[in-house]
Ligand binder design. Sequence first.
Ligand code: SF4
Length: 435
Amino acid sequence: MPTICFETLGCKVNQYDTDRMIADFRQRGFEVIRDGSAADVYVVNSCAVTSMAEAKSRRHVRRLANRAHQPTVILTGCSVDMAIRTGYPIDDATLVVSNAEKATIVERLLALRPDLAPESNVGCEVIPYEEIRRTRAVVKVQEGCDVNCTYCSVPFTRGSPRSRPIREVVDEVRQCLDRGQPEIVLAGILLGSYTDDCAPVPRDITDLVEAVSDVQGVRRVRLSSIEPMHITDTLLELMQCRPTVCPHLHIPLQSGDDEVLRAMGRPYTRRQYIDLCGKAQSLIPDLAITTDVLVGFPGESEAAHTRTLETIREVGFSRLHVFRYSKRAGTPAAEMSEQISDDVKVQRSSVTTALGRSLQEAYATRFLHRTMPVIVEGPEQEDGYRSGYTANYMRVRFPCTPIPPGSEVNVRLATVQGGVIEGQLDAAPSPLGVV
Ligand code: SF4
């Protein structure tokens, strides 16, 4: 049986694409293995959101192509679409497959390597091992973006927005539940633009969340990321009244300075963003708000950077993802004057990351001595601990005897140190807001 190994970089949408490709290869009789042994084929599902991510994707391909057993290396994902657009050569991969061609990746490989075609397709049930490993099922419901932020290459690599019909999503959610995945993460590039045009009356992201949370057996529904302009009162009200909808919103901020936001093409102001978060926090108890921050955008002054830090403190995020701006070919920001030096970007990034860590710890501290439901992930660790996530996206470690991944346990949170939260199993969760 031919063997294949996947490496995935980047966002949840890419993770989902990898799961689909794994399913396709398994169905065609390939054995999907983890890295460590010599696979016949490697697939690097790449990312190009920053120049660093793109360089890392290429390094992976080079490293794999240089292995002594000379495997076939397929490069797919956003760095392929970027290379097509910019004419940047891709030398090391045996085969390159764009995002749009991912659905035909098996045929593309077998056309090149017919010797890898299994003698007969194995009639096994299609269960991607990546999905078995995770208790959170990522379900892609939307693709593409047309916001055209001036720094971003995603609209080139992922195309215009399009959505899957609700009934198709609900069918996939049922399959995830059958595989023992009780938490559903709805993912999309511009998730909040979700529209089911096939329904008699167009249905939006709130309708989708409601439909998924109505599926019997779903214990949690989480949104992967949603832009501030797509967060409506109706969505917040749904989150407020449905216990299965996680009290967690990932709302990209990018900058807390109005001038920088304007130059980025982000359609909101600092004040609108802060007010939106304040409204959400007052409606939804224990809400976790996580975000992305882009430092070192062209023209970002020291004062603008300080305003971003103030905004971050004012909102009180529970987690930050900090990115350093890098030029993306073909974007307006790449041509802007006043590019920021790498030294300044590194310095701003480390200050922002440090602030993020302290806010993460402060947020977690609010929940100490509370008992919270945790969905157990992965196998027992060597030190006898297990870990999992609370509904408000805190990773918690606790000592525990064997219990299957996907089980829900109640954990009384005891300590938080260096971002690691530890607790003990407990009988029942504390009522919301009660210590
Ligand atoms: S919203 Fe902006 S940053 Fe996000 S994918 Fe679209 S263009 Fe890129």
